[in-house]
Design a protein around this ligand. Structure first.
Ligand SMILES: [Zn+2]
Length: 229
């Protein structure tokens, strides 16, 4: 019971991915909006740039995630196929190979042999996938699901800095977008840290620092290349 509470790294995976996507959405959209606004662009053009940035970012997140998860799934499938063949061709060799792995991890030779034997009797491919190839959950790679969820979390994040663009009047636009975005970033960082059992303050500070840096950089670019009003 105590142990379950203490170790949380196994269940922050999906949350981490969602928070990262939302972070990306906030930082890139807020920076884009601030850069365009710093160039003294009209309100409508700022909004168009922000919405285009949201769509472009969400699509690029989806494509990137799909490609990377698919590539990983292909590699794992090929590895498993090879392992399946080896098992069919030379079971005795595979048995010694697995026993050797357990010996290297600290079991004595006789125990390693027994563990390898029992695990292989139970599910030989699974035992080799786990302990030789490091593939723990063979049904996990879902490219479409990964693509959709990262696009969705990016979109939610990107929508946050766009809201003040709709309501804030001209000269308050940059400070409002920047302030709210940093607030959202800090809150997200704190939530993720809390769920993962990590120090909350440090996580919030880290994420707002990088957000502020990105917004400062695009504000500078916008001011340098902007239409002089
Ligand atoms: Zn093997």
């Amino acid at each position: 019971m105590v142990d379950n509470e203490a170790h949380r790294s196994h269940r922050v995976g999906w949350l981490r991915a969602a928070v990262l996507g939302a972070n990306d959405g906030i930082v890139s959209t807020a920076s884009l909006v601030i850069g365009v606004a710093a160039a003294h662009t009209g309100h409508e053009a700022i909004l168009v740039a922000g919405v285009a940035g949201l769509v472009a970012g969400a699509m690029s997140m989806a494509a990137g995630e799909y490609v990377s998860v698919s590539a990983q799934a292909d590699t794992e499938a090929a590895d498993l196929e090879l392992e399946r063949r080896h098992l069919a061709e030379d079971l005795a060799f595979e048995h010694r190979e697995l026993a050797r792995i357990y010996e290297d991890r600290g079991l004595d030779a006789e125990l390693a042999r027994q563990v390898a034997e029992q695990l292989m009797a139970h599910d030989a491919l699974d035992a080799h996938a786990r302990d030789e190839l490091g593939i723990v959950d063979r049904a996990r790679a879902r490219p479409i699901q990964a693509a959709l969820s990262s696009a969705a979390s990016f979109t939610v994040g990107a929508a946050l800095p766009l809201l003040p663009v709709l309501f804030a009047p001209g000269r308050w636009l940059i400070p409002t977008v920047a302030g709210l975005s940093l607030l959202f970033l800090a809150a997200l960082g704190a939530v993720a840290a809390r769920a993962g059992g990590a120090p909350v303050g440090r996580a919030a500070l880290r994420v707002t620092f990088w957000g502020a840096l990105a917004m400062g950089a695009t504000a500078l670019v916008g001011a340098l290349f902007g239409i002089s009003a």
